[in-house]
Design a protein around this ligand. Structure first.
Ligand code: NAP
Length: 239
């Protein structure tokens, strides 16, 4: 019987990885939090919804006889990663994290890293009037600013920022289209998560091209343990 693998997902990378593992003959389950109404399908089996904290995930690992766990969640999804580390330690299930490479600035980038949205609130007024915000959660502190916000989210839904213009667009994004968007929307500065990886990088290249400043939220620290930057390294770990 093939090995049973749990992929914690919610990202494009997780789905690609789960597809690849299933096609390679691993008995693969792709787990989603259940936030997206119609998530892209995977060749792997899919399950949806929280496990119920560390205890719930540990119970799931045991009940489903999971032999390996791959944490391929978004770098800002800190709770599930911490829970996975604890549940895998409790149950003795080997775990690895698929970690996107961090973005590195190049000549012409005007990036400022901050720890949270509250810190961005102190910086943004000096950067202009119209701010492009590339995520839709935790925006309440921005309401204190008398600025115009264009917020992009992947799914239709409420945005906790009264008066914001909301765009529903799903990545991956291309640099030229991002450049057009920033120009059309007359954007003065960008607020984004420093997620890393390829699919969300285009807005930073477009910002450099237009000379716009970018405020980036630092990634939360990943729990300690093994990590791999790509699917090939995960396959090597499984072997
Ligand atoms: P989070 O704060 O780390 O997790 C909150 C709770 O959601 C977890 O405690 C867990 O519930 C459940 N959960 C999260 N990911 C899950 C998964 N893959 N399978 C089953 N349950 C999961 O996560 P979040 O920031 O709300 O993100 C939710 C999902 O969206 C994640 O899967 C993440 O990969 C994806 N995502 C997040 C971001 C972001 O910026 N945060 C961006 C793009 C995609 P229980 O404790 O009940 O198990």
């Amino acid at each position: 019987m093939s090995r049973r693998i749990l992929v914690l997902g919610g990202t494009t990378e997780a789905r690609s990885l789960a597809d690849r593992l299933a096609l390679d003959g691993f008995d693969t389950v792709l787990s989603l939090a259940g936030r997206t109404a119609s998530p892209a399908r995977s060749v792997a089996r899919m399950r949806s919804g929280g496990f119920g904290g560390v205890a719930g995930l540990a119970a799931y690992l045991r009940a489903e006889k999971i032999e390996r766990c791959i944490d391929a969640t978004h770098p800002f999804a800190a709770r599930i990663s911490t829970n996975a580390a604890a549940a895998c330690a409790q149950t003795g299930v080997p775990r690895i994290a698929l970690l996107r490479g961090a973005w590195q600035p190049v000549d012409g980038d005007r990036w400022i890293f901050v720890d949270d949205v509250q810190a961005a609130v102190r910086l943004l007024p000096a950067m202009g009037r119209r701010i492009f915000v590339a995520f839709a959660d935790g925006l309440a502190p921005l309401a204190a600013l008398e600025l115009e916000f264009v917020v992009r989210r992947a799914e239709p839904g409420p945005v906790d920022l009264p008066g914001a213009r909301v765009l529903v667009q799903r990545g991956p994004f291309a640099r030229d289209a991002e450049r057009d968007l920033l120009k059309t929307e007359r954007i003065d500065a960008i607020l984004a998560k420093a997620s890393g990886g390829d699919s969300a990088r285009a807005k930073l290249d477009a910002a450099r091209n237009l000379g716009l400043p970018v405020v980036l939220l630092r990634r939360p620290a990943a729990p300690p343990g093994p990590s791999a930057p790509d699917v090939a390294s995960i396959l090597a770990w499984l072997a």
